[in-house]
Structure formats: structure tokens, C-alpha cells
Design a protein around this ligand. Structure first.
Ligand SMILES: Cc1ncc(COP(=O)(O)O)c(C=O)c1O
Length: 409
């Protein structure tokens, strides 16, 4: 992988400033611990596809119905991506054009809703995404969002509250999905509630979709009217989004993406999505997805032993939400001290009170080849970094990452 992630001699000769920036980012990724739950290291095949000739191709429309000429290979690439996505997720229809997870969610709304419609989604203070009704996002301005929460004692979705709110507000759609919920949602319960009040069910599976691909999480496809997803988290593809649905919604979904919310498709990214779907269909990926979950469980348990409060008491996924308050710091302070020690993660809302905690995930470190022993080491590094032992911890983080280079030597 090192060849294509190193700035090429050509780039260095032409633009040394940018070559230095790219080399710096590569070194940052390789020399620090990547524990953001949203990130991963793609294969060199995915990266190579992103840098292929398709990056220069314009292809507005869909295969066989493009506004631009010369789309024969673009069409082949998109058809391949669609067929692989359908096979991987057992879906009748796939749209692989959304530029991002947010674009996919907004297209799902465009397919099913009208401005002013009521939507029931996880409230932002509990882990809803910006596209689930934030006033700073188009979703919160154009739709009337009602938020459900989680039980403050258990951190688990309170399905009775979801049902109560659905009965009271009669939403046009219910959104199931979160940026920080570490457990499997009960898709059948959401479906039942949606059916009872005549609502559409949209599952925003941005986080779990990679585990679904590897058989390490239940699939929302049989339950949702539309599944929105990202392709760059556990799934290990290029940055982007996709939509899955039944034949019934296929046309509305396609029109909602192009021409309603997007223009020309990014063909190099679509081709790279196809490469990632192909990789995810292999047995090695199934093993990987199960290891990601096993590692998250070990890391969550070790963090608890070190005094962290882990929401819901653990995890079923790649994702852990933890409160470092018992160690005397809040989430933002913890993130700063960990960053100084070379440990990269995010802050997030906690299901109780106003405090922020930390959100971390095991997708990237598992791709690097780390195992359960390293998860125990990482938890100990957390505690040392939070205790103010930044310099020594930084050295140990450097040794650990050197043993598991994400881009080869
Ligand atoms: C639940 C959820 N929905 C949507 C998104 C948006 O994805 P993107 O950042 O690709 O727009 C995210 C991103 O993390 C997410 O977690």
C-alpha cells in the first residue's frame, strides 16, 4: 500500500507544499492510534480506484440514461457497484450515487416526505445525527422533527416512549439510527410502531452497515422502507453513501438522488464502492467484522475495569460510548489529553445530563491487525494519558502503532 499512499515524485516535483501536507497526514495516521468510530483504513485497491481515470469522467444520470457521452465504462462501473450492493445486503434495489451519508439521508427524506411533514427520530442529545432534525441542518428547517431518547438508567432505546410519541405525533416517517448507540436497534419493533401509525421506516445504518455486510449485526433491509448508509466506516470503502430499498421505492429513491438533490455522480468513488463491496463479500471480511465486535467488547470491558462508565454497560458493535467522569475529567478534556498522547477519538453526547463523553471504535485498529491483547493495552494507555502521563504514553503509542503499520513499512 505504501506506493500509492506516498506522495509521488511527480507531485513532489510539481507541488512540494501539498506533497508535504499529504506526507504529514500519512505520518499522523500511521503514528497515532485511530480510534474514531467513523474511520477505517481502506485497501490499496480501493485507494487506487479513487485515483483512477474515472476521476475525470462526468456521468450525470443513471447507467443507460446519461446526459454525457462516453459513459460505457462509467455505466459498467455503476452497474457493478449496484449489483454487488444488492447481493451483499440482499436488497432489491441499491443506489450507490450519494456523495455522503448525509446526502443519502436527505435523499431518503426527499423520496418519502414533503416539507413540513413530521418525523420521529432519535433526539440529538441522545445520539441523533445532524440530519435527524438539527436546526443547523436542512432536515430541522424543512421538517418538523420530534425526538425520542434512551432510558437514562440503561442507555437503551425506550421502545414504549417511541410508541407513545408515534401515537401522539403521527409522524410521516420514523428514523432509526444514531451516531453513538452501541447496541443493535430492534428493527422489528420500529417496523411495528411505524405500521401502527402509518409511518415510513427509514433506517440510517451509517454505522452498523459494515457489520451487517460481515454478518456481525442484524440487517435492517427486511424491515426498512429505505436504508441509508455510509461506505467508509466499518465497511472500509471510499468516503460516500448509498441507499437500499425494495422495488416499490426504487424509482422515488433514484429520482430523489438525481436530479433532486445531486448532480453528476462521482464515478471513481462509485467504482471504489464496488471494489469495497467485492472485498466485503469475501470470508476474510466476515472474520474481520466479527473481530471488530469482539475487540470492541474487550476494549469496553477493559475501560470499565479502569473506571470509565461505558454506556449501556458494553457494546454489540464496533462502537463504545464512555464517560470518563469517574477519572476526574469530562469528554472534551479527555479527548485533549488523549490527543496529546497520540490517541485520536471523538467526543459525543451522553444519554444523561449535559456532560459529554468520548466515542471510540475498533474498526481501524482491527484493520491494522491489532488483537484482544492490544485492546487491553489501549485501555491502560487511556488511563495513563488521562492521569497526565502524556510523554511516556506518547512513546508507548508510537511503539504500538509501529508494530501495526496501516500503510506498510
Ligand atoms: C448516523 C449517521 N448518519 C449520517 C451520517 C453522515 O455521514 P457523512 O458524514 O458521510 O455525511 C453519519 C456520520 O457519521 C452518521 O453517523
Amino acid at each position: 500500500m505504501s506506493v500509492i499512499t506516498q506522495p509521488t515524485d511527480l507531485l513532489r516535483a510539481q507541488d512540494p507544499q501539498m506533497a508535504d501536507i499529504l506526507a504529514g497526514e500519512r505520518q499522523r495516521q500511521a503514528g497515532t492510534l485511530q480510534l474514531s468510530a467513523a474511520e477505517n483504513f481502506t485497501s490499496s485497491a480501493v485507494l487506487a480506484t479513487l485515483g483512477s481515470a474515472l476521476a475525470n469522467k462526468y456521468a450525470e444520470g443513471y447507467p443507460g440514461a446519461r446526459h454525457h457521452g462516453g459513459c460505457e465504462y462509467a455505466d459498467l462501473a455503476e452497474r457493478t457497484a449496484v449489483e454487488r450492493a444488492k447481493a451483499l445486503f440482499g436488497a432489491e434495489h441499491a443506489n450507490v450515487q450519494p456523495h455522503s451519508g448525509s446526502s443519502a439521508v436527505l435523499a431518503a427524506y426527499a423520496a418519502l416526505l414533503r416539507p413540513g411533514d413530521t418525523v420521529l427520530a432519535m433526539g440529538l442529545p441522545y445520539g441523533g445525527h445532524l440530519t435527524h432534525g438539527s436546526p443547523a441542518n436542512l432536515s430541522g428547517r424543512w421538517f418538523d422533527f420530534v425526538g425520542y431518547g434512551v432510558d437514562p438508567a440503561t442507555g437503551l432505546i425506550d421502545y414504549r416512549q417511541v410508541q407513545r410519541l408515534a401515537r401522539a405525533h403521527r409522524p410521516k416517517a420514523i428514523v432509526c439510527g444514531s451516531i453513538s448507540y452501541p447496541r443493535h436497534p430492534e428493527y422489528s419493533a420500529f417496523r411495528e410502531i411505524a405500521d401502527e401509525v402509518g409511518a415510513h421506516l427509514i433506517v440510517d445504518a451509517a454505522h452498523p452497515i459494515g457489520l451487517v455486510a460481515g454478518g456481525a449485526a442484524p440487517s435492517p433491509v427486511p424491515y426498512a422502507d429505505i436504508v441509508c448508509a455510509t461506505t467508509h466506516k466499518v465497511l472500509r470503502g471510499p468516503r460516500g453513501g448509498m441507499l437500499l430499498c425494495g422495488t416499490e421505492y426504487a424509482e422515488r429513491v433514484d429520482r430523489a438522488v438525481f436530479p433532486f438533490t445531486q448532480g453528476g455522480a462521482q464515478m471513481h468513488t462509485i467504482a471504489a464502492k464496488a471494489v469495497a463491496f467485492g472485498e466485503a463479500a469475501r470470508p476474510a471480511y466476515t472474520t474481520y467484522a466479527h473481530r471488530v465486535v469482539a475487540h470492541a467488547r474487550v476494549l469496553a470491558g477493559a475501560l470499565q475495569e479502569h473506571g470509565f462508565t461505558v454506556t449501556t454497560g458494553g457494546t454489540d458493535t464496533h462502537l463504545i460510548t464512555a464517560d470518563p467522569a469517574p477519572l476526574g475529567v469530562d469528554g472534551p478534556t479527555a479527548r485533549g489529553r488523549l490527543a496529546a498522547a497520540g490517541i485520536v477519538l471523538d467526543t459525543c453526547a451522553l444519554p444523561y445530563g449535559d456532560q459529554r463523553g468520548v466515542r471510540l471504535g475498533t474498526a481501524a485498529v482491527t484493520t491494522q491487525g491489532m488483537g484482544e491483547a492490544e485492546m487491553v493495552t489501549i485501555a491502560a494507555l487511556f488511563t495513563a494519558a488521562l492521569a497526565g502521563d502524556g510523554v511516556k504514553t506518547r512513546k508507548e503509542v508510537g511503539e504500538l502503532t509501529m508494530a501495526f503499520p496501516p500503510y506498510g513499512e
